[in-house]
Design a protein around this ligand. Sequence first.
Ligand code: PLP
Ligand code: COI
Length: 354
Amino acid sequence: MEIKFVENKNKGKLPEASALGFGQYFTDHMFIMDYKDGKGWENARIVPFQNLSIHPASTVLHYGVEIFEGLKAYRRKDGEVQLFRPMENIRRLNRSADRMCLPTIPEDDALEALVKFVSTEKSWVPSAEGTSLYIRPFMFGNDESLGVHAVKNATFVIIASPSGSYYKEGINPVSIMIESEDVRAVRGGTGEAKCGGNYAASNRAGKRAEQKGYSQVLWLDGVERKYIEEVGAMNVMFKIAGEIVTPKLSGSILPGITRKSCIEVLKDKGYKVSERLISVDELEEALKNGTLEEAFGCGTAAVVSPIGELCYKDEKFIINNGKIGETTQMLYDTLTGIQWGKTEDTKGWTYLVK
Ligand code: PLP
Ligand code: COI
């Protein structure tokens, strides 16, 4: 694929690590290409970071046809930059595209775009402990008419943001509220696609939880409001009587790449891992009888995040005395060790960006 390059002559500066937060600063360039009806993907380019100009009738503005991905570039101790399982993100992007009737991108082209872009922005990958360059590829329907139909034109963009930890708590336990009114997704809907609409639907509950002092909500299934699904921006796992249990991929939750990686690491270490339905009643029982030993979320932005408190119908439960548990810590250390190149990657999960 030919990728044109227009250099940004007015370069910005990587902020101090302590000022980064999540998703607030952006690098000098962006990747962009267009999908045109009858022509396919064209005009791939890396250009100065800038506002997008779209038609007021553009599909995305009216019918929310948008998908995205999230992955990170990590600065290793030796100064090199690497990605974590980028092909997994590319494959999920294409599955999301299929679900939303957006055009898919040939895997090799998507990888080339990603790697060339990250290579251009290498100086923006921070090096302080716990920081990384968060990369946000996204695609939206861009027909210039108001009819409701599968789109014929689309735009694909990659932007990047040097970031620190997603939660202000960092690796310290977060408090999560189990949501029993709103639902995020239903089987047959778009829950397993990474599309903007899923997040739009979740904001009301998220806002209520924040007002009560919780970081995010834990969703229940959309039909019976009975089974645990996932947290706002991460998948969830529990250690119950020594066994790791996590909601199975039923169609309404996001198939997380961190989730998949955690399961592999846990199995390697000899843990019993069950992907199954977990009812909120079972969880409540385990919280009450003391068999719930650990709870944590996992996701690219959140990494591995211990859950120290769960609130269900106004009842509060403290987990593991509000401290990070040994399995959660092991997963955090193993994954971040591989991601930041501190431990050997025996799984071939990392991708060096030259
Ligand atoms: N679930 C939701 C709703 C998310 O937004 C994310 C973040 O991407 C995840 C789970 C975790 O997915 P991944 O590990 O691929 O980042
Ligand atoms: C990610 O972890 O990459 C996510 O997409 C979460 C995000 C919604 C902040």
